[in-house]
Design a protein around this ligand. Structure first.
Ligand code: ATP
Length: 215
């Protein structure tokens, strides 16, 4: 269980709070809007009304005690930047800030954010990749080039073994596992048979994945 300080309870912050509760983490939620704080109370361990650009207010929260501090303020960049920078100065262990423009991302990283989440851009990338290919069902980006993809098995591969397809040598793609509904199979050998009900978890470069699975 992690302790998380969540600042900014707009739609984005609210979704984060609800998910964190589902995952059983301890959340302190903060917003300067009393109504937002009232609305979030059923989902969080604790909540406070306050201005996160006030150093004394942030200091009173003991920001250094949280495992993660999330700044979920998106539109008010001035507030987001000041909050991010203060959190770091006050000894926050990990500051994750939300950006809503490319230039914000850079400034946040230079001014105290350890990591930046950029929901519109990240989800736009995901949507473009997911829906422009017939085989890619999901993916998690590892760096600008590599990702783990969940792909459906092309029909002409069904019934063949992993060894027969030999995609590591031919396409530079590693099969890390297979998924059958919610069940994960992480032991893959050259004799593993590719069955129609399953999907593949593969690690590789986007262009190699497209080449291998021909969109
Ligand atoms: P969303 O896109 O998540 O719905 P929004 O459009 O309502 O957000 P934002 O400016 O991104 O508005 O702010 C997100 C939340 O952060 C709001 O609920 C706002 O009240 C809160 N907030 C903004 N600045 C501060 C601040 N300095 N201190 C505390 N809370 C703040």
């Amino acid at each position: 269980m992690k302790s998380i300080l969540l600042i900014g309870l707009g739609r984005f912050g609210r979704h984060i709070a609800i998910k964190l509760r589902e995952l059983n983490h301890q959340v302190m939620a903060v917003d300067h809007d009393e109504e937002k704080v009232q609305e979030i109370l059923p989902y969080v361990t604790n909540a406070q009304i306050g201005d996160s650009t006030s150093e004394s207010f942030l200091a009173s929260l003991g920001v250094g005690n949280y495992d993660v501090c999330i700044v979920a303020i998106g539109n008010d960049f001035q507030s987001s930047l000041e909050t991010t920078s203060l959190l770091k100065e006050l000894g926050a262990k990990l500051v994750v800030s939300r950006a809503s423009r490319d230039v914000h991302e850079k400034f946040l990283l230079r001014n105290g954010a350890d990591e930046v989440i950029y929901p519109e851009k990240q989800l736009a990338n995901w949507t473009a990749i997911r829906y422009s290919s017939d085989h890619i069902l999901d993916y998690i980006e590892l760096d600008g080039e590599h990702a783990v993809y969940e792909v459906s098995i092309p029909s002409h591969w069904i019934g063949k073994t992993v060894g027969e397809m030999d995609i590591r040598r031919k396409y530079n793609i590693n099969i890390m596992g297979l998924k059958d509904g919610d069940k994960l199979e992480l032991t893959v050998t050259p004799d593993t048979v590719l069955e129609e009900s399953k999907t593949l978890l593969v690690l590789g470069r986007y262009k190699d994945i497209l080449r291998c699975f021909r969109q």
